[in-house]
Design a protein around this ligand. Structure first.
Ligand code: NAD
Length: 375
């Protein structure tokens, strides 16, 4: 079994899907691992470290990928590259097949067995493979650091010869994986932290991190542990209570998402206008349109004295640890397939069956039924 990894090509992407640690484990499992020279450099991993782990550094993406049985990536390789991969090769990464029709066509035309890891079911067994969680943790952490950097205040309370400084009041909107890491990070910096979410179980999680649960009187737990979209009445109620509350807040970090939909708009332009000058909003949902009406994805703007940042791909800005976690997630997933000397696909395993794209037609448990012989 050959496994290939090329340099990431998406602008600004510093992460890598293979680390020397996971290369070593894949080699120990009997595979041959090729990595394009320099692929790990932006994440702090040298070609020498990969070679020492038993992987072969090769000169270009073609040499790494074109005859590999399994291609590992963070973001998908360019469409031209997908079109020349081995027919039937396995592709594992954050593939977002719906985001680009050409990419989707390349995957299906080439018969690639694509596993977009964002489709992985979020079951207990899948936790060690859950790239959305591992990368969201880094994003939530970095979002708070960006907010602290942009804010014209201290986060902690300080007692100094020049008097006492009040701690910053930080509100985290959405207490999923990123939001909880944001709460923990803001607390470590000494801020007074509040969080809210529409899933009621987050109250206890927010409190266990030393945050205060902001009760806006709206509860909207949906399927599979995710949130559902709010009804118009629920949204109006949330907005009314929130608008009042934001007048006393110094920093907001928003992380709210509903799977498969644009980010819910929670902070209106009017709410931004009602905030104190010098307040800061960091909108982690910028990638899917933003939780704040004033967010411009990829930019930092100032509106009526309020700074609104919409950073993109924050996990990449913590490329060393984000890659370590991502590569372990990928290794754990690929381990389901690697059965030296060949790949094996157990389509009864829901982690494979639910992740693969395009969706496979359910196989009759009795096996395929042959057409009766013509008489
Ligand atoms: P996500 O990125 O889809 O959403 C982030 C948060 O935004 C969620 O907590 C959601 O409830 C919240 N939200 C949505 N609409 C909102 C609104 N209008 N107002 C306020 N908040 C809103 O979610 P995620 O962080 O990827 O995961 C959600 C949850 O799924 C996690 O907190 C976790 O409990 C669960 N999960 C379980 C596993 C597992 O058991 N294997 C793995 C990952 C996540």
């Amino acid at each position: 079994i050959t496994i290939g990894v090329a340099r990431e090509t998406a602008p600004g992407e510093r992460r890598v899907a293979l680390t020397p640690e996971t290369a070593k484990k894949l080699v120990a499992a009997g595979t041959e691992v090729r990595i394009e020279r320099g692929a790990g450099f932006a994440a702090g991993f040298t070609d020498e470290a990969y070679a020492a782990a038993g992987a072969q550094p090769v000169d270009n993406a073609a040499a790494a990928l074109d005859d590999a049985d399994v291609v590992l990536c963070v973001q998908p390789p360019p469409v031209e590259r997908l079109r020349v991969l081995r027919e039937g090769a396995v592709l594992v990464g954050l593939l977002a097949p719906h985001a680009d029709p050409d990419r989707a066509a390349a995957i299906t035309d080439r018969g690639l067995v694509a596993f977009p890891l964002e489709r992985l079911p979020r079951t207990t067994r899948a936790q060690a493979m859950d790239v959305l969680s591992s990368q969201a943790g880094m994003a939530g952490y970095k979002a708070v650091l960006i907010a602290a950097q942009l804010a014209p205040r201290f986060f902690p309370m300080l007692t100094t010869a020049a008097g006492t400084i009040r701690p910053s009041k930080v509100l985290i909107v959405g207490a999923g994986v990123a939001g909880l890491q944001a709460i923990a990070t803001a607390r470590r910096l000494g801020a007074q932290v509040e969080g809210f979410d529409v899933r009621p179980e987050t109250r206890e999680q927010i409190e266990s991190l030393g945050g205060k649960f902001l009760d806006l009187g709206v509860s909207a737990a949906g399927e599979g542990g995710y949130a559902r979209p709010l009804t118009d009445e629920e949204r109006a109620e949330q907005q009314r209570r929130l608008g009042e509350h934001l007048k006393g807040i110094d920093v907001i970090v928003t992380t709210a998402a509903v799977p498969g939909r644009p980010a819910p708009k929670i902070i209106s332009a009017a709410m931004v206008a009602g905030m104190k000058p010098g307040s800061v909003i960091v909108d982690l949902a910028a990638e899917t349109g933003g939780n704040c009406e004033s967010t411009r994805p990829g930019e930092t703007v100032e509106i009526d004295g309020v700074t609104v940042a919409g950073p993109l791909n924050l996990a990449s800005s913590g490329a060393v640890h984000a890659s370590e976690m991502y590569a372990r997630n990928v290794y754990n997933f690929v381990s389901l397939l690697v059965r030296d000397p060949a790949l094996a696909f157990d389509w009864d395993d829901e982690l494979l069956a639910k992740t693969v794209w395009p969706e496979r037609v359910a196989v009759d448990p009795g096996g395929p039924v042959d057409a009766p012989p013509a008489s």
